[in-house]
Write a protein that binds this ligand. Structure first.
Ligand code: FAD
Length: 400
């Protein structure tokens, strides 16, 4: 064991890379550890990044992206609704492309990164965090004053029995998707993203279609508990959707499946605690993913940045106690906690088929349709969307 440093960041997804960018701009020693050779190389993701996120973080994706200008939405018991926008609402791209773009934003990236290195265990002892790693060179340990764990939906700190219990299957999501090569007539797919909610298309979640350049991703999923107990296999929903449901089935009839992939996504709303002595969880590791859309890239970047700012302050004040780190949780809750809280509330209503009447209530008017579409692409907060579209009795419950 020969490395002792101020901060270790685990994981080079949007949370870890933005934590690294933020710390690299300060005079603090740190290391970024990731199991892949290149950031985001292996991540399963739809790859939709809202314009708001690109603008806020100054992200300029220059290759391999498609600008998205509209949405199609389908809710239980209602017809498909299409909402178009005057300008781009975001881009669909590959995660490898996003990883490449983000790592170029991290100063001294090569110097501070240990790639191809898997963290097997994290423990807190004698005023240090010990991080056990495994790489081509063999097993090793590093120590630091504080760790930012941005290792995704099944974080290594939680697996090491730190911070909190794992998210139960009743709140963890699971998504399965195909990458499709767009061939023949499928090359004409429009630049709109599809969101199909309800039991016809998923085991209690939603199905998506996000067209990229020369390829598309189509996927479906739901809460793990529902996926496991459902009579149908999750891929049956996806196959049925792309083969038999119009307009998708016609639009994608010449598309060819090139890859099948699956991954968990936290859909629990607010998951706390997100800190402990010397540990901060950020991004999916802290449950920072929208329960209503599965969108997590923007929240993860925000969380990575806030975790890094908190870590820098804790190093400067020489205090890594949980009492000091509590401010991290207050900050991220202030930034986007409301979206997670109300997203979890809305998810339950939009995916159920009508007992609460929410689907038909929500999409009655063009105004409501637009505000729901804006929410799904990160242009509007979830709370604003519910207040604009839901009946007044729901609004009055929320204001309490
Ligand atoms: C099917 C699917 C579709 C999605 N589509 C979208 C979408 O279109 N738009 C959107 O905004 N969000 C989407 N999401 C959610 C989004 O992908 C996540 O919220 C986001 O990637 C979280 O970022 P992160 O940095 O927290 O974690 P991740 O992106 O998961 O990154 C985790 C990092 O940690 C590393 N790591 C993990 N374990 C270890 C270890 N033991 N040692 C070292 N390194 C480790 C990984 O290699 C990786 O670098 C989707 C998710 C799924 C599953």
């Amino acid at each position: 064991m020969d490395t002792d440093i101020d901060v270790i960041i685990i994981g080079a997804g949007p949370a870890g890379l933005f934590a690294a960018k933020t710390i690299a701009e300060q005079d603090i020693d740190f290391i970024l550890i990731m199991k892949e050779e290149e950031p985001c190389q292996e991540k399963t993701c739809g790859g939709f990044i809202p314009s708001r996120c690109l603008d806020e973080f100054g992200i300029k994706i220059r290759h391999n992206y498609r600008e998205i200008v509209g949405l199609r939405m389908k809710f239980p018991g209602l017809d498909i609704v299409r909402v178009d926008f005057d300008e781009s609402i975001g881009v669909n791209t590959t995660r490898a492309q996003l990883g490449k773009t983000m790592h170029q934003m991290v100063p001294h990236y090569q110097k501070i990164t240990r790639s191809g290195t898997k963290v097997s265990k994290v423990s807190v002892k004698n005023e240090r965090v010990k991080v056990d790693v495994d790489s081509k060179e063999g097993k090793d340990s590093l120590t630091s004053k504080i760790v930012i764990d941005a290792s995704g939906a099944n974080p290594v700190c939680v697996r090491s029995s730190l911070v909190r219990e794992r998210i139960p299957n009743s709140s963890m999501g699971y998504g399965v998707q195909y990458q499709l090569a767009l061939e023949g007539s499928s090359q004409n797919v429009e630049s709109v993203n599809d969101f199909y909610y309800g039991h016809e298309y998923s085991p209690g979640g939603y199905a998506w279609h996000f067209p990229r350049v020369n390829e598309s991703v189509v996927g479906t999923g739901g809460i793990v508990e529902r996926v496991r107990t459902d009579k149908k296999r999750v891929l049956e929903y996806l196959d049925n959707w792309i083969q038999n449901v119009e307009p998708i089935s016609t639009e994608l009839k010449d598309a060819r499946i090139i890859k099948k992939e699956a991954a968990p996504m936290p859909l629990a709303g607010i998951v706390i605690p997100s800190y402990d002595n010397r540990i901060l969880l950020a991004g999916d590791a802290a449950g920072h993913c929208s329960p209503i859309s599965g969108e997590g890239i923007h929240y993860s970047m925000l969380a990575g940045k806030i975790a890094a700012q908190t870590a820098v302050e804790s190093i400067r004040k020489n205090d890594q106690s949980s009492g000091f780190l509590e401010r991290y949780e207050k900050r991220w809750k202030g930034e986007f906690g409301s979206d997670l809280k109300w997203g979890a509330w809305l998810q339950k209503r939009l995916t159920s088929s009508g007992s609460t009447g929410m689907g038909s209530t929500f999409l009655k008017s063009e105004k409501s349709q637009r505000v729901i579409a804006e929410m799904l692409v990160g242009m509007s907060s979830v709370r604003r969307a519910i207040l604009s579209a839901a009946p007044s009795y729901i609004g009055s419950k929320m204001k309490r």
